[in-house]
Design a protein around this ligand. Structure first.
Ligand code: AMP
Length: 286
């Protein structure tokens, strides 16, 4: 079967309703397009566990700040479709902006504490935009499960909170970050980086590895872990740090001292030239 490309919300809903009636399990993989292997790994994982995988492609204006890169965000739907097919996806939902946000549109989903720190501080309104669009994509695709990347760690917590609070009954799966052979986390925005910036960007991964090895060696003092990571980042003056923290993996709270059994997430964000980069790594004793 070739790839089904669906553009209208009502068509998407009719198709999903019919598939559900046939007893098929549906997974949704929300993306903003310009797909890479990281996205493909989400689709491949979803294909393993569900009869139908619907990849969505929508560059969501609501989640970009006024000074951010909405206009210049890279787009290549034809290449995306080839990547989705190669990963085993059979359905792609590509709505237009008007389809998603007609002039009379007036609802926003706002999520509490978990969306306020880190990305929420540096990108005001971002998670309202994400939650609103993901809720709409869920309403259009009616999935049993949805697949998200650990690359956007806080986003996974925000989505899980929304799904729980609004009783959406969708199983949220989080897939490990896919990295280039150098260790750089794959991102659609990596095309903005010059070859030199790409090399410099490896400092994020070095800092995260340093933090992880301290934790592995038994250090649980947050400031000490963070300072060691910041020392590494300081070795690359081209990287302008926004945040570099260790936090509890489930709540993003930042105690002075972690316990032996805490799940810890190390989070870094900042600018490499004009390109904003984020990355994270998690630690769990289990
Ligand atoms: P985006 O198109 O950037 O909005 O990403 C769509 C989905 O792909 C999100 O759930 C991301 O977390 C996930 N994703 C992005 N980059 C990666 C990566 N390098 N590895 C795994 N998943 C990723």
């Amino acid at each position: 079967m070739s790839l089904n490309v669906i553009q209208s919300i009502s068509d998407m809903q009719s198709i999903s309703n019919a598939l559900r009636k046939e007893g098929k399990s549906i997974a949704c993989v929300p993306t903003m397009g310009y797909l890479h292997e990281g996205h493909a790994s989400l689709i491949r994982e979803a294909v393993k566990h569900h009869d139908i995988v619907i990849t969505t492609i929508f560059v969501n204006p609501l989640q970009f700040g006024p000074k951010e890169d909405f206009e210049r965000y890279p787009r290549d739907p034809e290449r995306d479709i080839a990547i989705i097919s190669a990963a085993g996806g059979k359905y792609v939902f590509i709505p237009s902006i008007d389809e998603m946000y007609p002039p009379e549109f007036q609802t926003t989903i706002s999520i509490g504490n978990i969306s306020k720190s880190f990305e929420g501080l540096y990108r005001p309104g971002h998670f309202e935009g994400v939650a609103t669009v993901v809720a709409k994509l869920f309403a259009a695709t009616k999935p049993d499960a949805a697949y998200f990347g650990q690359k956007d760690y806080q986003q996974t917590l925000v989505i899980k909170q929304m799904v729980k609070d609004l009783n959406m009954g969708i199983d949220i799966q989080v897939i490990p970050t896919l990295r280039e052979s150098t260790g750089l986390a794959m991102s659609s925005r990596n095309v903005y980086l010059s070859p030199e910036e790409k090399k410099s960007a490896l400092v994020l991964q070095s800092a995260l590895q340093t933090g992880l090895s301290l934790i592995r060696d038994g250090n649980r003092r947050r400031i000490s872990i963070e300072e060691s990571m910041k020392d590494i980042l300081a070795g690359c003056p081209e990287f302008e740090i926004q945040y570099c923290n260790a936090a509890l993996g489930d709540t993003l709270e930042m105690p002075d001292e972690f316990s032996e059994t805490d799940q810890i997430v190390l989070l870094i964000a900042g600018f490499m030239g004009k390109t904003r980069l984020i990355d994270n790594m998690t630690w769990s004793s289990k």
